[in-house]
Design a protein around this ligand. Structure first.
Ligand SMILES: [Zn+2]
Ligand SMILES: [Zn+2]
Length: 143
């Protein structure tokens, strides 16, 4: 079972998508507990100047003990949780998929499968457009 986060602060990734035929999806990735001290959630290291998380960091860090992990290794240990309405069969369901982009119709995407019709659904990277709201795709910054 997946659980909707109470706050965006719990997540390193959060997105809402709309598909054809009234399909939609909300997807997120929870921050993980520090594997070393277990006292805090790993996140992007803070910029010493602004005290805000660095957008483009190569590592994730534990704010409590300073343990750090390379970005790729860290992200591949996490799961994307999805609540969706399938654009093909209309079923409402839940899914999880590794936090690692595969290919969906030739485009990098987090891909999951509808448990009703077993069709693949992709969360493709959002195009940067003036219409998208700021913060809509938090954490989705890797190129
Ligand atoms: Zn720690
Ligand atoms: Zn389906």
């Amino acid at each position: 079972m997946v659980k909707m986060p109470d706050s965006m602060d719990e997540c390193i990734y959060f997105t809402r998508r709309v598909f054809d035929n009234d399909g939609k999806a909300i997807a997120w990735v929870y921050k993980k507990d520090c594997p070393k001290c277990g006292k805090a959630k790993m996140g992007k290291p803070l910029d010493p100047k602004t005290k805000k998380p660095k957008i483009r960091a190569d590592t994730y860090e534990c704010p409590a003990c300073g343990f750090s992990e390379p970005k790729q290794q860290h992200e591949e240990s996490l799961m994307v949780e999805v609540m969706f309405t399938c654009p093909y069969c209309g079923m409402k369901g839940e899914a999880t998929t590794p936090y690692k982009r595969g290919k969906f119709e030739g485009v990098p995407a987090y891909v999951f499968e509808c448990s009703g019709c077993h069709k693949k659904i992709g969360l493709t990277k959002k195009m940067k457009s003036g219409k998208s709201k700021a913060g809509d795709d938090a954490g989705d910054d890797d190129e």
